[in-house]
Ligand binder design. Structure first.
Ligand code: ATP
Length: 321
């Protein structure tokens, strides 16, 4: 299990991680999702016990990353974004070498077992430089797994792989999630949706949403945009929908109207329904707009940008300074 509470990391004047909290459960793949520079790698490195946090707390397999970093390192398998592999070694000899450094008993057997877990047994005696990028990534994954860690931290493991290699690696990760606590970072939303039981969305060092992909979707649907069809052309009904106080914005979308609520968390559907009926029209359809993780991410980062825009007095005081 990974438990993170108010974790902060400053690099000099830059605050890369701004007080994040989340839990990753055993037996699940938790997706750590965010655009470039969001703070994913920084957070993951703190969770491996190699980068001390500025403040806050993180427990990995029950040990504190700051006070008990050696215990944490024993229980974490880390796959960094670019894996340093010795290209002239064979996959097997490389894993035996890593096993020796980590004091793994029965090194040869353990290395072979681990190669089997990442579906690479047939290439055990191939030199690493002759392996494809996807296979090399799996050797990296095997080295992260070699000491039987409780927790696996994988930093964008599918980056740079071809589509078949991506599918193969996702399958391996999904399988590992059954027996380990897996934290898996990605900036590919569909990837998180496909393989993660839970998703933590991070942007500009802050968590902006977390939950099961389906939960995030239904939360956003509850307080999010709605789609309606009326028995008159949408262009005719548009102004009546725009006039509803619970609606901030409405536009025509093919034969329908899509309306955004005036405030997240407020369902505008009852007010829209009343407005349509008052006009003497029939409501043919009124439902939450189906959203995927991509739309959730865009919507949440849009809300954050809106929230981050300084108010006018702040702008004035900046000008005065
Ligand atoms: P990417 O997907 O591009 O790797 P990320 O989500 O992993 O992004 P981080 O690498 O954690 O993000 O970076 C978060 C912020 O911290 C960025 O603004 C980055 O420029 C900054 N940063 C990262 N490492 C350092 C460092 N060693 N010194 C100063 N700033 C850093």
């Amino acid at each position: 299990m990974i438990e993170v509470q108010d974790l902060v990391k400053n690099y000099g004047p830059v605050t890369a991680v701004k007080g994040i909290s989340f839990i990753a459960q055993p037996g699940q793949v938790t997706g750590f999702l965010g655009p470039n520079g969001a703070g994913k790698t920084t957070t993951m490195r703190m969770l491996t016990g190699f980068l001390p946090p500025t403040s806050g707390k993180a427990l990995v397999a029950g040990f504190d990353v700051f006070d008990q970093s050696m215990e944490v390192r024993k229980r974490v398998g880390y796959l960094p974004e670019s894996v340093p592999l010795y290209r002239d070694m064979t996959a097997l000899s490389y894993l035996m070498y890593i096993g020796e450094i980590r004091g793994v008993p029965r090194r040869r057997d353990k290395a072979m077992e681990t190669l089997e877990r990442v579906a690479l047994t047939s290439r055990a005696n191939s030199r690493i430089r002759t392996l494809s990028k996807g296979m090399r990534q799996r050797v990296g994954l095997a080295s992260a797994l070699l000491h039987d860690p409780d927790v696996l931290i994988l930093d964008e493991p599918t980056i740079g792989l071809d589509p078949i290699q991506v599918l193969e690696l996702r399958e391996v990760v999904r399988d590992l999630g059954k027996h380990h606590t897996v934290l898996f970072s990605t900036h590919i939303l569909s990837e998180a949706e496909q393989i993660c039981d839970k998703v933590v969305i991070i942007n500009q060092g802050q968590i902006i949403a977390q939950g099961a992909p389906s939960e995030l979707r239904s939360n956003l649907e509850r307080g999010g945009r709605v789609l309606l069809r009326v028995n008159v052309p949408p262009e005719v009904a548009l102004s009546a929908v725009q006039a509803v106080p619970e609606v901030s914005h409405a536009e025509v979308n093919l034969d329908s109207i899509v309306a955004a609520p005036a405030q997240i968390g407020i369902d505008p559907r009852p007010a829209i329904a009343r407005a349509i009926v008052q006009q003497g029209w029939d409501l043919v359809e009124l439902r939450p707009l189906a959203v995927n993780l991509e739309e959730i991410f865009l919507e949440l980062t849009r809300q954050q940008v809106v929230a981050d825009v300084p108010t006018e007095p702040e702008l004035e005081s900046e000008v005065v300074q």
